[in-house]
Design a protein around this ligand. Structure first.
Ligand code: SF4
Length: 311
């Protein structure tokens, strides 16, 4: 499979672009994710010509606005240059299926960046470049490297990347009512694990060629928002039980009891999600079902990422 294009703060790849000439290489990103993602590195501070090494920057509240200025030289305000740079990269950002940002940076931080200006700094800022990037690309899955250490957030980000990748692939093949409906059908169980899928389904109920572009736009906006909700254990249990229903006639009493037990142990937190999923896959290999075969829920991304082992 083609590697998925992902934007990333250059320093996370080990590029020596930080203010002090150092980097923030992240071994999980390059070692594990790098096998599946094609990284497109951006260092906005270097790209706007600040050089390496360079004086440090921070966010400061000035009047009603948050600005990115030099720590030692507050007159050195690079806010507008960083914003303009993000706008100039619009076409390159549009090719991406996700973006990994460096936390705490006044340029790249996604959230909770320190803002100075009277008293203690408050963790309420967003890096100037990151803010412009996210505003211009509201559908783009974005995450910080620090949060990728959390198994739930990591899985959620990668899930969103793969869904967005498949969405863009479908658009590239040409949007049709049939393709949109198939996309929804294949993602329905994933959607169920994040929240209520019915509104999305209703949106597509009477989609025709005349309303297609508008419906697709509303659909992906709603889907993007829903997928940001990290699935709970009980939502996964509902989906697992729903899938088990497709094996009603195929499972022996013993197999059924085992399946119920494994799902219950997952619900209690005694087993990771990979266990009931593997058992279900085993049964569907013996008793295939066309709907489940087509669904991405049982195999949402390469198994080698081992994301389900910790959920
Ligand atoms: S956080 Fe962003 S601006 Fe800072 S060194 Fe890394 S890539 Fe460059």
């Amino acid at each position: 499979m083609k590697r998925i294009p992902i934007g990333i703060s250059s320093c996370l790849l080990g590029q020596e672009v930080r203010f002090d000439g150092g980097h923030k290489h992240d071994a999980y990103i390059t070692g594990t994710l790098g096998q599946y993602f094609e990284f497109h590195p951006f260092c906005p501070e270097v790209e706007i010509g600040l050089g390496v090494p360079r004086p440090t920057l921070h966010l400061v509240r000035i009047g009603g606005e948050i600005r990115c200025v030099g720590v030692k030289d507050p007159e050195r305000d690079v806010t507008d240059r960083l914003r303009r740079h993000a706008e100039q990269l619009k076409d390159r950002h549009a090719e991406l299926c996700g973006y990994i940002l460096k936390k705490d940076s006044p340029s790249c931080g996604m959230e909770r960046v320190k803002v100075y200006g009277g008293g203690q700094p408050r963790r309420e800022g967003v890096g100037i470049y990151a803010e412009a990037l996210m505003k211009a690309n509201p559908l783009l899955p974005v995450e910080e490297e620090g949060r990728l250490g959390d198994p739930g957030l990591r899985e959620n980000f990668i899930q969103r990347v793969y869904v967005f990748y498949r969405w863009k692939k479908m658009l590239a093949e040409g949007l049709t009512p049939g393709r949109l409906t198939t996309f929804h059908a294949r993602h329905k169980l994933i959607i169920m694990s994040h929240g209520d899928y019915r509104d999305l389904g209703r949106m597509l109920a009477d989609v025709g060629s005349d309303t297609l572009a508008d419906t697709a736009e509303r659909y992906i906006v709603s889907l993007t928002s829903l997928l940001k909700q990290v699935p709970t254990r009980s939502r996964h249990v509902n989906v697992l039980q729903h899938i088990q229903g497709y094996l009603k006639k195929e499972l022996s009493a013993d197999d059924k009891a085992e399946m119920v037990d494994v799902i219950e142990r997952y619900r209690r937190g005694d087993l990771p999600l990979i266990v009931p999923l593997t058992l279900l896959k085993h049964h569907f290999r013996k008793s295939p079902d066309p709907y489940i075969d087509e669904s991405y829920y049982l195999s949402p991304y390469p198994q080698e990422l081992r994301l389900l082992n910790e959920l």
